[in-house]
Design a protein around this ligand. Structure first.
Ligand code: HC0
Ligand code: SF4
Length: 573
């Protein structure tokens, strides 16, 4: 430990701390811009400057280590002026269309300018011609909004170990873009959107689809059905100022009904359906000597990653479509038939915590007879915007229930949204099938939590099943390498494209870097899901009465011919 003085307050902190961290322990919040805890600690933007007694120049507190006896000042005129000039310089060449910007009011640059009391930009910098790349279904890159902080570059390179984005060109012409200034859809980008949720401004954002959804709602001829992914309920409240980890399932359903959707269903129902199909696929592979380990294929970021970087693993991917797609396929077949609605008049919208889901919904190999399962995908953030556009007072909404038919779900479906959730849900069902009874011990806590790679071994019906879970593509690489080298053998592996799973997907509400310093949003949001699971009557997918009805009325049994036609696919290298 070392003792130092910050703003006349003595503080004792571990010697590895930076000045920035030390200051926070006494409630002194030094402003930052490029800083992203553990990911982008490069001291590049010079906003976090402090004065250190005896040092000649001002120092970047996010990279400067503490030292015994150090005397630091964080709030002097000199510092305020220096920070102000730095931000003014950034703003001078920034596209300042704040009024029409998608990040207005949750832009970290905007809040900083406000905090520093910047009322005018004293000089006009040269503006480079804007490059707006909106070619992909998922992500828009706008160079005129980029402040070259490098946060996205390091997230993609270090957290995801992919490295799509980098600084290109030199000096004044520097830009952050895929190599050779390719568009995002020409680069092997998996659309995980981690670059978006870590961008302080609007240089990276999702491709919005709000208008198309409003049009569908307004069209009296169109029957608009919406489904909500498991993780959305754990984060939507943040758009309305609720604390991270507040579960808002009932209010979300109420809001969707107010927005005018004809039916509100839960993707969790289809998560239960996925477990039925995937669980039986696993048992079949184990019993018939199929390709093992079987690897989940519900995270579209992960599927793209496998296609680009590990095509040899494609036979390992489960043939099950993701819950989002299964839900769409069931809505346009079973539900359409039951409700006597022409499937061509049904427009399926999904609310997803994910940007890659937008591209998944457009994949031609997932279509059934040339018809898309899902017509539009909105992120959690876009749903937040629609609710605000409709001027619905979210906080005043009374909890509402999902519509019946496809709105019932179990706790197993809910936990899909957190890393390890799909595995735990699958184990709950596979265990009952192999043991032939309704087991009571259903919490597989070893696969929960944010540890990089999680493993478990369960002995069921005299058979030992080995499983592993990875989240985020960096961890996926590590796990795959161990499998490929023969160091590890598993029957079943869950991989999600984002660290933490869907709760921290690229479509979830933005959380400023300063908040992420003290709070692991993966943990807080996951808690909301495990809480909902614990409160459910049914916590195993096969116990969902509607799933049982769907099989007896329509699909016959898991992996039946009909189930294959609607709910499975195959990926090609
Ligand atoms: Fe997920 Fe899903 S759990 S990928 O994390 O499997 O996006 O929330 O909707 O499809 O259910 C995301 C979340 C889903 C799907 C489900 C799966
Ligand atoms: Fe990298 Fe993911 Fe962003 Fe693509 S979407 S650039 S893979 S972080």
């Amino acid at each position: 430990k070392v003792t130092l003085t910050i703003d006349n307050i003595q503080v004792e902190v571990p010697k590895e701390y930076t000045i920035l961290e030390a200051a926070r322990t006494i409630g002194v919040d030094i402003p930052t811009l490029c800083f992203l805890k553990d990911i982008n600690e490069i001291g590049a933007c010079r906003v976090c400057l402090v004065e250190i007694e005896g040092a000649r120049a001002l120092q970047a507190s996010c990279v400067h280590p503490v030292a015994e006896g150090m005397v630091v000042k964080t709030n002097t005129k000199k510092l305020r002026d220096a920070r102000k000039s730095t931000v003014e310089l950034i703003l001078s060449s920034h596209n300042r269309e704040c009024l029409t910007c998608s990040r207005s009011k949750n832009c970290e640059l905007q809040s900083l300018a406000e905090e520093l009391n910047i009322n005018e930009i004293p000089f006009e910098g040269e503006q480079l011609e804007a490059v707006v790349d909106a070619k992909s279904h998922s992500i828009v890159r706008d160079s005129s909004k980029c402040i070259l902080c490098g946060r996205c570059v390091n997230v993609c390179r270090e957290v995801q170990k992919i490295g799509i984005l980098d600084f290109t060109n030199r000096g004044y012409h520097t830009e952050v873009a895929p190599a050779f200034s390719k568009s995002m859809d020409e680069a092997p980008c998996i659309y995980c959107g981690q670059c978006i949720t870590n961008c302080p401004v609007a240089a990276l954002r999702e491709k919005e689809d709000i208008e198309r959804v409003w049009d569908a709602i307004e069209d009296p001829e169109t029957h608009v059905v919406v489904q909500t992914a498991p993780a959305v309920r754990a984060a939507l409240g943040e758009e309305f100022g609720l604390p991270i980890g507040t579960r808002v399932t009932g209010k979300m359903v109420a809001a969707l009904k107010r927005l005018g959707f004809d039916k509100v269903f839960d993707t969790d129902f289809a998560a239960d359906l996925t477990i039925m199909e995937e669980g039986h696929e696993l048992l079949h592979r184990i019993q018939e000597g199929g390709t093992l380990p079987m690897i989940t294929s519900c995270s579209p970021g992960w599927v793209r990653f496998a296609e680009f970087y590990y095509p040899e693993l494609i036979p390992n991917l489960s043939s099950c479509k993701s819950p989002q797609q299964m839900m769409g396929a069931i809505i346009k077949s079973y539900y359409a038939e039951q409700s006597n609605i022409d499937p061509k008049k049904i427009f399926v919208v999904s609310i997803m915590p994910c940007t890659s889901k937008k591209t998944e919904a457009a994949r031609p190999e997932l279509e059934v007879n040339g018809v898309r399962d899902v017509d539009a995908v909105l992120t959690t953030r876009e749903l937040g915007k629609m609710i605000k556009q409709a001027r619905i007072d979210f906080m005043k909404l009374k909890d509402a229930q999902y519509d019946t038919t496809l709105g019932d779900y179990t706790g197993a479906g809910v936990i899909f949204g957190a890393t390890g959730g799909v595995m735990e849900a699958a184990l709950r069902t596979v265990a009952d099938v192999l043991e032939g009874k309704d087991l009571q011990d259903i919490e597989y806590t070893t696969v929960r939590g944010v540890e990089g790679i999680k493993e478990a071994e369960v002995t069921l019906g005299g058979k030992t099943i080995k499983v592993a879970v990875a989240h985020g593509t960096a961890q996926a690489i590590e796990l795959i390498d161990m499998i490929k080298s023969g160091e590890k053998e598993y029957h079943f592996v869950e991989i999600m494209g984002c660290s933490g799973g869907c709760v921290t997907g690229g479509g979830q509400p933005h959380v400023p870097a300063r908040v992420k310093m003290d709070c692991d949003i993966r943990v807080e949001r996951a808690k909301a899901l495990y809480e909902e699971d614990a409160a459910m009557t049914y916590r195993k997918s096969h116990q969902n009465p509607l799933i049982q009805k769907l099989y007896s009325d329509y699909l016959e049994k898991p992996n039946s011919h009909k189930a294959h036609k609607l709910l499975h696919t195959h990926y090609e290298a």
